[in-house]
Design a protein around this ligand. Structure first.
Ligand code: SF4
Ligand code: SF4
Length: 549
């Protein structure tokens, strides 16, 4: 099936379960109860004892198969407390799901017969959460004496049946963060099929407890040692909620950017956390938490800064994509006197859109997929720049629109053309510039973007003008800063900022990162780094900070 963007998710708000179409899985939270009482539980306030009816779960599973999904995840609360969990596993198998996973504290599987039954019913993976390799720490954090012994027995039972049946997630809290290498060795010793290290999520309903949460910097070294050790031992490991730059050299382990949107969406739907950050006069729902210990900080900082910039009109231009902007967004555009950029595939539709609103003379930029086949002078008399992602008709557009700066987005479709038209671009100077073409999804970045360092290594960049690219990629080129674009799509129908729309923009090109060594770079104040997805797809080593010492 075609991968859909994360926004295209059928989700049942009441049940917090549904289909993550963009991620290829059905996700069913089948209970609102748990037999652990974890100090940092993200579901605790929703645990009213509810058990979801089997027929609702089956209907969701059937819907998932109609969308071609082959993976299903049963979660909760604690899914094994659902009295019909075995029958739900069976139903998933009968409907044709191939990967059937349970996210569980594992205590149910302390009994061998329970393991056998679940596997017979169709379970292919149990994702068991451990909070430490030490019983006293695990039991303290999960609030149940003896829980560690049961969860550990569960892991051993399942490994004895088949190691690939069990994956262990370690929730990384303050008591364990310094001991990650030891924990990796422990998990390897258990013989599990895979493991994950997830930094604990600070949540509004959990007090900021310094005995649980920790500033990320103290994880940098233990995390790297743990990764190196896992590699040496051959233990498959994934990592979540740590700063991506900590995983430089191990970018394939970074899962944040793909999982960030669903998490923001779910948190927002539950408690309106992110909206509370941008509603004037309202205190943030998580105001008692320490942002320094929270992995969502880059997004929250971006969201708040964006709200301030809209309030003060602090931008070079507003970007309007008519397909993505409803009446609330268009009202905000009308109220502003900033220049406009229009984005879309159909130049005639954009011209009509601008004419109907009397915005023709506000349009200074166009963001198109393909260069137009005609002169744009009469349609948009004040047009200054045109960004394109493809090169068909680009020579013609450059000739027909000599006063318009052409911004060529570097990607799989344009890089070969650029490499063979360097002289033309240099002759045009600032009238033909190269810029990024970032993607919201990591998969998009991997498929469409290019390795920028490799690209610039092979050509002479003197005389080229680059926009928003780190100078170290092509030191001999002329560098211009990223424009400060305000995207109108971030407003909902009422004209209020919609954090989920902001999250799309953030994941595409608002989440920027650098390498640790960038702190030594003389260009650091003029350089924003690169989008996280670009760095994950092609490596942090694209960036070249000056050597130490
Ligand atoms: S970074 Fe955001 S989500 Fe985290 S504590 Fe601060 S405001 Fe809350
Ligand atoms: S700050 Fe880092 S990314 Fe930017 S130019 Fe310097 S080395 Fe490159």
């Amino acid at each position: 099936m075609t991968a859909l963007p994360p926004s295209e998710v059928c989700f049942d708000d009441e049940l917090f379960m549904g289909l993550r179409l963009g991620y290829g899985e059905a996700f069913l939270k089948v209970t609102r109860q748990c037999n652990n009482r974890c100090l940092f539980c993200c579901d605790r306030t929703f645990q009213d004892g509810h058990i979801f009816p089997r027929d609702r779960a089956i209907a969701t599973l059937e819907e998932g198969r109609r969308h071609g999904l082959e993976n299903v995840v049963f979660s909760g609360g604690e899914p094994t407390l659902h009295p019909e969990i075995l029958s739900l596993l069976e139903a998933a198998g009968e409907l044709g799901y191939r990967r059937i996973s349970l996210i569980t504290n594992g205590r149910y599987f302390a009994y061998r017969e329970a393991c056998r039954r679940a596997v017979r019913a169709g379970m292919t993976t149990a994702v068991i959460t451990l909070l430490s390799d030490r019983p006293e720490i695990h039991d303290h954090l999960c609030g149940v004496p003896g829980a560690f012994a049961q969860s550990l027995r569960a892991v051993r039972n399942l490994v004895a049946m088949d190691p690939s049946l069990v994956s262990v997630v370690i929730t990384v809290t303050r008591p364990v963060v310094a001991h990650l290498p030891r924990i990796v060795r422990f998990l390897h010793g258990l013989g599990v099929g895979g493991a994950a290290l997830h930094r604990v999520a600070p949540l509004p309903w959990v007090a900021a407890d310094p005995a649980v949460f920790f500033p990320p910097e103290i994880a940098r070294q233990p995390l790297r040692h743990a990764i190196d050790l896992a590699q040496t031992l051959g233990l498959p490991l994934t990592i979540k909620n740590f700063p991506p730059a900590f995983l430089e050299g191990h970018e394939h382990l970074i899962t944040e950017s793909e999982e960030f949107f669903p998490e923001v969406r779910d948190t927002e739907r539950r408690v309106g956390l992110f909206r509370s950050l941008v509603v004037p006069g309202q205190a943030a729902i998580c105001q008692d938490l320490d942002c320094a210990t929270c992995y969502r900080r880059p997004f929250c900082d971006y969201l708040r800064a964006l709200a301030r910039r809209w309030q003060t009109g602090d931008g070079d231009r507003i970007l309007v994509d008519p397909q993505r902007c409803g009446p609330g967004a268009l009202a905000r555009v009308k109220d502003s006197d900033l220049p406009l950029a229009l984005a879309g595939a159909d130049i005639d539709a954009l011209a009509r859109f601008a004419r109907e609103r009397g915005w023709r003379d506000r349009v200074t930029h166009l963001d198109l997929e393909h260069p137009p086949g005609t002169s744009l002078e009469t349609t948009f008399p004040l047009l200054r720049a045109l960004a394109v992602r493809h090169v068909e008709r680009l020579d013609a557009s450059l000739a027909m629109n000599p006063l318009v700066t052409h911004e060529i987005r570097l990607n799989q479709h344009t890089h070969a053309w650029v490499a063979t038209h360097l002289d033309l671009l240099k002759k045009r100077g600032d009238g033909a510039v190269l810029t990024l073409d970032p993607h919201e999804r990591l998969r998009g970045a991997q498929a469409e973007e290019i390795d920028l360092r490799a690209f610039f290594r092979g050509l002479s960049a003197a005389g080229l003008t680059l926009v928003g690219l780190p100078p170290c990629l092509a030191p001999e080129a002329k560098h211009l800063p990223r424009p400060r674009v305000l995207e109108a799509r971030v407003f909902d129908t009422e004209g209020a900022i919609d954090p989920l729309e902001v999250c799309h923009v953030f994941l595409r090109d608002g989440w920027l990162d650098k390498r640790a060594g960038c702190a030594r770079c003389p260009q650091k104040n003029a350089c924003d780094g690169l989008p996280v997805n670009t760095l994950i797809a092609f490596g942090y080593r694209q960036l070249r900070p000056p050597p130490t010492g």
